[in-house]
Design a protein around this ligand. Structure first.
Ligand code: F6P
Length: 466
């Protein structure tokens, strides 16, 4: 294999450049050319296939910086539809036209779902990334536990349900222990929780902080490092009565409460809170308000104003209970040491998998007590259920203690190897040197897109006519 393509797909993470960098460095050593395909799968649907040669003369281009967040080749949520065979054939012939003999997709579970039809046309492998940490398996037989049920309301006509498991959960056997992007997202959200605390303390308020993660509670779990009083995860339906009781107990004791909730938390009936409460803006338009805001409304109803007025702690529940979303700051910015180191290793492993002749494979990050963290290759089909679908990994329920509403002992054991030395000295030094640099006030932001645009090349016009 002399030339491979690489693309970054789905929502970005701070580690995408690090993965591309790792792939390019390994390709340099193996004397393989790498073309970066612009804007994820979107590039493949464009007959001109915009791309950048990332290692002319087997040297990485200077714009490729593993410490920079985002992705220099752009990302999109476009995906490959396995039913569109003619379009897939076109994609394959365009890549052939570019002389690309193998493809690396940097992505999450959605990207992995789209891998198979591509892998039927050219060798394709995945290097994982997602702040949600939901690409992986709690144990290798997990895909077999899904059942498919006919559902006329679902877009595909089916919905999937995970049946309770007989498998023993053991951290030593988790498949793809952690995904690049997760550690940095936790770094940001835990820091946010810490900062909210002192303001909640000063004003005797109850803070509800919403973190991302979709239906998976890993991000909420990791935010335990910011020492919230209560963590709520989507994998454990809310028991509102108990929650309110706990909030009042804590408030009576310390006069402030900090709660972290995952954006996908559900009520006792399994309904997502974030999709439930509707508010209207001043113009009367209905807006979906999110999980934290929905929870706040429940607290306002259930705790009531009198509780706060009684001890002169505030005028109303509305004033005392406030919400904040950590939002996209979790996805942006410089990756911390742990993330960029292993993201680069996974990029390098993806190149090796292609050169070993593997196809439809995933570079995974494993952890066990004897070897610590290490990268391996894994057959992508082993992530699929019997209908061929790859499900996002949910946090194993045993990682959370529903009574304490905090990580369980197993949850703590899960987090420790990732975070104990996750921050490099240079990460802090970088902030010290750059945040208040004088130049920030005088110079406009220089976007990497401006530089990379100058390097973009297109498939020759005659080939583009395919
Ligand atoms: O999958 C990553 C993620 O950040 C989720 O945690 C979040 O729900 C979603 O993407 C947000 O997507 P968007 O940036 O498209 O709003």
């Amino acid at each position: 294999m002399k030339r491979i393509g690489i693309l970054t797909a789905g929502g970005d993470t701070p580690t995408m450049n690090a993965t591309v960098y790792g792939a390019v460095v390994r390709a340099n050593q193996l004397k393989v050319e790498i073309f970066g395909l612009i804007k994820g799968f979107n590039c493949l649907f464009n007959p001109r296939v915009p791309h950048v040669h990332l290692n002319p003369l087997y040297q990485e281009i200077p714009e490729l910086d593993p410490t920079k967040g985002g992705t220099l080749i752009g990302a999109s949520r476009d995906y490959v539809d396995p039913e569109k065979k003619a379009e897939l054939d076109l994609v394959a012939s365009r890549l052939k036209g570019l002389g690309i003999e193998g493809l690396i997709c940097v992505g999450g579970d959605g990207t992995l779902n789209g891998l198979q039809p591509l892998a039927e046309r050219l060798p394709t492998v995945l290097a994982p990334k997602t702040i949600d940490n939901d690409l992986g398996l709690n144990y290798s037989s997990e895909p077999d536990e899904w059942v498919r049920i006919k559902d006329s309301d679902a877009r595909s006509g089916f919905r999937y349900e995970h049946r309770s498991s007989q498998a023993v959960f053991d951290l030593e056997y988790v498949v793809n222990y952690v995904t690049p992007g997760y550690a940095t997202a936790v770094f940001v959200s835990a820091g946010g929780v810490e900062r909210i605390r002192t303001t909640a303390e000063s004003h005797r308020r109850i803070a509800i902080i919403e973190v991302m993660g979709r239906h998976s509670g890993y991000l909420a779990l990791g935010s335990a490092y910011g020492r919230p009083d209560i963590i709520l995860v989507p994998e454990h339906p809310l028991d509102l009565e108990r929650l309110v009781e706990r909030v009042k107990h804590l408030y009576d004791l310390q006069k402030n409460v900090v709660i972290v909730c995952g954006e996908g938390i559900v009520d006792e009936q399994g309904r997502e809170l974030g999709a439930e409460t509707k508010t209207t803006d001043p113009a009367g338009n209905v807006a979906l308000s999110g999980a934290a805001e929905a929870l706040r409304h429940k607290f306002i109803q259930m705790i009531g104003d009198r509780y706060f007025q009684l001890y002169r702690r505030g005028n109303s529940a509305r004033e005392a209970v406030f919400t904040r979303k950590v939002g996209h700051t979790q996805r942006g910015g410089r990756p911390i040491l742990f993330d960029r180191f292993y993201a680069a290793q996974l990029g390098a492993k993806a190149v090796e998998l292609l050169l070993e002749g593997q196809n439809n494979a995933v570079a995974i990050l494993q952890h066990n007590s004897s070897r610590g963290f290490h990268v391996e290759g894994y057959d992508a089909n082993r992530f699929r259920d019997r209908w061929g679908y790859i499900h996002a990994r949910r946090m194993h329920p045993l990682l959370y203690d529903p009574k304490l509403m905090k990580p369980s002992r197993a949850g703590v054991d899960y987090l420790l190897p990732i975070f104990t030395d996750a921050i490099g000295e240079d990460d802090m030094e970088h902030i010290r040197r750059t945040l208040f640099a004088q130049g920030n006030l005088a110079q406009p932001y220089h976007s990497i897109n401006t530089d990379i645009n100058k390097r973009i090349r297109y498939l020759a016009e005659e080939e583009a006519a395919i």
